[in-house]
Design a protein around this ligand. Structure first.
Ligand code: FMN
Length: 375
């Protein structure tokens, strides 16, 4: 029997992938200010990482002004932002690649200095983030988190509407699909989890009620795109941004089963061992594997990410635990990652100091292997 490998083709919704090395969504905080539109430097970065038949999931992009938790993050709610994203999409399509946009609202993982009118960040409930973690202000300083303002029930349709508009805007920009960011302790996960959702309306209480916001947002995106061009990202057993469900299995089993009948392009996990990799180098021990736990109850395509090497990615695919593997940190420092993995070339180390904010350094100046060999 022939097992699939990292370099077997794969159909994801309407995209015919030629390999299974996906670029994970990566916040880099290098959009133009104050428009928060992608700029030519961003198009160059994504273009460098595009491959024929390869899938890129572009960085999380707030669907509305209250959705930001960091300065310099690109949005997807203004004309200028749509225009900026179109140039990114064109650069990826010019190389024969596919690109989805990750739709984002951070909820309580924000600071009033980043909010319209200096208002408090919004969340399902007025539960502050642990004092051990720090918020980022509009000028990049590290300060204590504030207690967020609980959303009124009457405000929730407006936020779902903003996700829908974000999905429409992504369509207008030429993307191949959208991914709903339901991971890492942001707004959707704040609704999902019992520690951050103390609501007593139809969006809180039972697991079914806590999952309602995710389901409503996902259905809104499907109305715009069709299900085969919408993905959902989840981080069960994650501990990012003070997230964490006391007993994740019942919650996430319900969510995975509720998503099944929608016919999504894919479900995308962050493996618990790498939860919080955006903030620090982590390798959580004695944690379960999301792909192993949930693959048996998920009917569609599965992408997962978190601490993979070429070898472990190949093994996960051959074992049938996942259909494709997303790479984050290694895609930052290896613009030609798929080729390097295929040929067994050495991988360049990444520099965490240049992950967030800045210009070309640590962004577009990591050379491809062949350029390095010629130098
Ligand atoms: C700099 C950085 C930014 C990230 N930004 C996002 C993001 O915007 N959306 C998201 O879902 N995950 C984000 N993540 C998580 C990655 O997508 C990925 O799941 C994680 O880094 C684990 O994969 P890796 O071990 O291959 O890096 C980020 C991680 C890093 C290191």
């Amino acid at each position: 029997m022939n097992y699939p490998s990292l370099f077997s083709p794969l159909e994801i919704g309407r995209c015919q992938l030629k390999h299974r090395v996906v670029m994970a969504p990566l916040t880099r905080m290098r959009a133009e200010k104050p428009s928060l539109a992608p700029r030519p430097l961003n198009a160059e970065y994504y273009g460098q990482r595009a491959t024929p038949g390869g899938l890129i999931i572009a960085e999380a992009s707030p669907v509305m002004a209250t959705g930001f938790g960091n300065p310099g993050v690109p949005g997807i709610y203004s004309e200028q932002q749509i225009e900026g994203w179109r140039k990114v999409v064109d650069a990826v399509h010019a190389k024969g690649g596919f690109i989805f946009l990750q739709l984002w609202h951070v909820g309580r993982v924000s600071h009033s200095s980043l909010q319209p009118g200096g208002a408090l960040p919004v969340a399902p409930s007025a539960v502050p983030i642990s004092a051990e973690l720090k918020a980022m202000t509009a000028d990049g300083k590290s300060v204590a988190y504030e207690t967020p303002r609980a959303l009124k029930t009457s405000e929730i349709p407006g936020i779902i509407g903003a996700y829908k508009q974000g999905a429409r805007n992504a369509l207008a920009a030429g993307f191949d699909g959208v991914e709903i960011h339901g991971a890492n302790g942001y707004l959707i996960e704040q609704f999902l989890q019992s520690r951050t959702n103390l609501r007593t309306d139809q969006y809180g209480g039972s697991i079914e009620n806590r999952a309602r916001f995710l389901m409503d947002v996902t259905r809104a995106a499907i109305e715009v795109w069709g299900a085969d061009r919408v993905g959902v990202r989840l981080s069960p057993y994650g501990v990012a941004n003070d997230s964490g469900e006391p007993d994740p299995m019942p919650l996430y089993s319900h969510v995975v089963k509720a998503l099944n009948p929608l016919g999504l392009a894919y479900l995308h996990f962050i493996e618990p061992r790498s939860s919080g990799a955006g903030r620090a180098e982590v390798n959580h021990q004695n944690v379960p594997s999301a792909m192993v736990l949930f693959r048996p109850i998920w009917n569609g395509k599965l992408i997962t990410a978190g601490g993979f090497t070429g070898e472990t990615a190949d093994a996960a695919i051959a074992a049938g635990h996942a259909d494709a593997i997303a790479f984050g940190r290694l895609f930052i420092s290896n613009p030609d990652l798929p080729r390097r993995l295929q040929r067994g070339y050495e991988l360049a180390p990444y520099n965490r100091a240049t992950f967030y904010g800045g210009e070309a350094a640590g962004y577009t100046d990591y050379p491809a292997y062949d350029e390095l060999a010629r130098a």
